[in-house]
Design a protein around this ligand. Structure first.
Ligand code: 3HC
Length: 693
């Protein structure tokens, strides 16, 4: 074995040279990795005994892409293009041996090999779009030259990780090799290539795959049209489409130049910074300062869910899909039957989509059952999550029962969205085992999981729930105890302002449109129509606009309409009836309508959300500002290309945020007083991102 550099070595296995990269955690293409590859290929090329070259990686994965953390720093050593040119011009066949995830620059490196082999569990993809980018190392030019323009369009605009089997069917992978035997398989494949004298085919030369789309601009026009809703607001999907168009219409080398131009454009644009921030924010959320990475985890296999309605059912589905044994408990047979029916059909649909066989689906469901008997069902569960009515009395009653029923060491979780977890825990003899798992509806789809850490929650309980959250496909974020935790507490401010703005004269439809144009999936009044006024109507004695709508018999989409009217397909249109309700509401409150500018609507809809975030940070309810952003990106529809409310505030400049809050404070009262932390950071010329606890 020869050491090439700190992360690369070279061995000769008969006549096959094997270059091995080892740069944890994900073999990203940092300067040492690029250098190792460049020098490795040079040495293998120069070694007369080597007739073919295999590139393989140590650790959990093949190269997972460019080093995202290193973007923007001055280039050092060989560029990726130089590495790729070295590979592509090799007179000896080059084979990339893939396990884990060959993503972005990783797949782009593999596409410069003559052949690719992979283990069945491997995945490949070009996910740059999710970072607000396009592939910048020939991916948009080489991929269509294997899979054709249409498939390439889908892959680069979705960033999907394609499973090895499917990749093999597309020709992206030449051969699947046995799991766990990648190195042997790749070397054997290399020998076969040599023995059969297979040609040194290069992806870049394969024009046949792109030729059919040439002269057919409608392919691209149709693709844009079909995905317009999905791509709304994002810059990167369009750049990716243009790059694939270039692959179809231009000779390879010119296409590469166009790809670079398009890449530079998005790189210099306003969105990628936010999207890369979001990537690291999500990962940072897993790090809890006083809970070390090696904190022991409690084994969780069997999970109990109390409540089989929409929320309980959604939670159960997440666990079943992730392979846990699940028992669902409800009070009445009818409710339980209905709930289990929905759970089974959703799990079956999900399994079909994931390519599971009917037998595998059955196996998933075999360990799912329902029960009316909580004591029997929950006596041996490792984790139980209650999703019962949001009322302190009810929750306390449930936790007292769980305390009596569950085995020692079981984790007792509440799905409360608002209540004091410590008070709930206080009725048990084991508050250290109690934690909040606040899911968002529909719980099997929404990714956010607010993990509520009580004053006495044990560290291993917290570490276990964070891990389980990830395993079940969620984005878990820690919150301390406080009314509404993080997300709902901030959202409340937006709701209150929406209402106040309407009283001042703003039209609900204008507020909705501005929020939609900002990038939210819908505005606050559209959301009320979806949820239903019956669900969110007033507490007694507090007339609000939704209460007025409720009193007028306008429940929202589920009824005759709410703030809008709807046709049979739920297309919304302005509602004169709703306008009357709004007018009546203003009168009842003694308010006089005045013109309200778009700027005021935007300010008032967002600034108090940010200010509340600052208070949450100051109080230690959130660990770091990026956790707050992760919550808003994954649970509240904040557009990822704007990074979240705290990131957005940092972009505006905290000095400007404070100045605006003070203007509104003078006009509208002390609820607009900037949070102390916000004022302090602004005075120091810092942003929320600089705040360290
Ligand atoms: N650059 C730098 N760091 C990276 C990275 C990358 N490309 N990919 C992952 N990491 C880091 C993570 O930040 C994390 O660090 P931490 O432990 O300090 O928090 C660590 O590697 C492990 O990552 P995950 O926690 O995400 O581990 P998983 O096993 O859950 O997932 C993964 C692994 C699927 C590779 C996932 O990390 C991922 O999707 N990474 C991003 C892949 C990507 O977007 N690649 C394209 C990059 S852009 C590019 O290549 C441009 C090119 O076209 C020129």
């Amino acid at each position: 074995m020869t050491t090439v550099n700190s992360v690369t070595d070279l061995t000769l296995d008969g006549e096959v040279a094997v270059i091995t990269l080892n740069s944890p955690p994900v073999n990203a293409l940092s300067a040492p990795v690029r250098e190792g590859l460049f020098e490795g290929f040079k040495a293998a090329g120069a070694d007369a005994a080597a007739k073919a070259i295999v590139l393989i990686c140590e650790g959990r994965t093949f190269i997972a892409g460019a080093d995202i953390a290193g973007f923007g720093s001055a280039p050092v050593g060989p560029s990726l293009a130089e590495v790729q040119a070295m590979m592509e011009s090799s007179p000896k066949p080059v084979i990339a041996a893939i396990h884990g995830t060959a993503l972005g620059g990783g797949l782009e490196v593999a596409l410069c090999a003559n052949y690719r082999v992979a283990v069945p569990s491997a995945k490949v993809g070009l996910p740059e779009v999710n970072l607000g980018l396009i592939p910048g190392a020939g991916g948009t030019q080489r991929l269509p030259r294997i899979v054709g323009a249409e498939k390439a369009l889908e892959m680069v605009t979705s960033g999907v990780h394609v499973a090895a089997k499917e990749a093999a069917a597309m020709g992206l992978v030449d051969e699947l090799v046995e799991e766990g035997k990648l190195r042997e398989g790749a070397v054997a494949f290399a020998r076969k290539v040599l023995a059969e004298g297979r040609p040194l085919k290069r992806v870049r030369d394969n024009d046949d795959k792109v030729a059919p789309a040439r002269g057919h601009p409608e392919i691209f026009a149709n693709f844009r049209k079909a995905n317009a809703r999905k791509f709304r607001g994002f810059l990167a999907p369009e750049q990716n489409i243009r790059a694939v168009e270039a692959a179809v219409n231009l000779p390879f080398d010119q296409g590469l130049i166009e790809e670079r131009r398009l890449f530079d454009e998005v790189m210099a644009g306003p969105q990628t910074g936010a999207q890369r921030y979001a990537f690291f924010a999500e990962r940072a959320a897993n790090k809890i300062p006083d809970v070390p990475d090696d904190t022991p985890i409690r084994p969780i296999k069997k999970v109990g869910v109390l409540g089989s309605g929409t929320m309980g059912g959604g939670i159960a589905i997440s666990f079943i899909n992730a392979g846990f044994d699940v028992v669902v408990v409800d009070m009445k047979q009818e409710a339980l039957d209905r709930g289990l029916g929905v759970i089974r059909s959703t799990v079956t649909k999900n399994a079909e989509r994931a390519g599971l066989t009917p037998a595998q689906t059955e196996a998933r469901l075999a360990n799912t059952r329902g029960s009316l008997d909580m004591a029997e069902a929950f006596k041996d569960v490792d984790l139980v999550i209650e999703a019962v009515f949001e009322d302190m009395g009810v929750k306390k009653d449930v936790f007292a029962k769980l305390d009596a029923i569950c085995k020692p060491g079981a984790i007792l979780a509440s799905n409360t969205s608002y209540l004091d977890l410590d008070e709930i825990a206080s009725v048990t003899k084991r508050p250290q085992d109690v934690i909040g798992m606040h899911y968002f509806s529909p719980a099997n789809i929404m990714k956010l999981l607010e993990v509520v850490r009580g004053a006495k929650t044990a560290k291993d309980v917290l570490a276990t729930v964070m891990k389980i959250g990830k395993q079940t496909g969620k984005v878990p974020v820690v919150s301390g105890v406080g009314p509404g935790f993080i997300g709902n507490r901030m959202l409340r401010q937006r709701g209150l302002q929406a209402e106040a703005l309407v009283l001042d004269g703003a039209d609900p439809a204008t507020i909705d449109k501005l929020m939609y144009d900002f990038g939210f999936p819908m505005g606050p009044f559209q959301m009320m129509d979806v949820v239903g006024m019956d669900v969110i109507k007033d507490l007694p004695g507090q007339l609000s606009i939704r209460g007025a709508m409720f009193n007028a018999g306008r429940l929202g989409q589920k009824g005759v309409g709410g703030f809008y009217n709807y046709d049979a397909n739920r297309n919304q249109s302005p509602s004169p009836e709703a306008a009357e309700v709004v007018e009546g509401f203003r009168k009842a409150k003694g308010a006089t309508a005045r013109p309200v500018s778009d700027e005021e609507i935007m300010d008032r809809s967002l600034l108090l959300v940010i200010n509340e975030g600052a208070k949450i940070l100051e109080e230690g309810i959130a660990i770091r500002s990026s956790d707050i952003d992760t919550i808003w990106l994954n649970g509240y529809g904040w557009p990822v290309y704007r990074g979240g409310p705290m990131y957005y505030a940092d972009q505006l400049g905290l000095k400007n945020v404070v100045a605006k809050l003070k203007q509104y404070q003078a006009k509208l009262g002390d609820e607009w007083k900037p949070a102390a932390l916000l004022e302090k950071l602004a005075a120091e010329g810092k942003g929320f991102a600089d705040f360290k606890r």
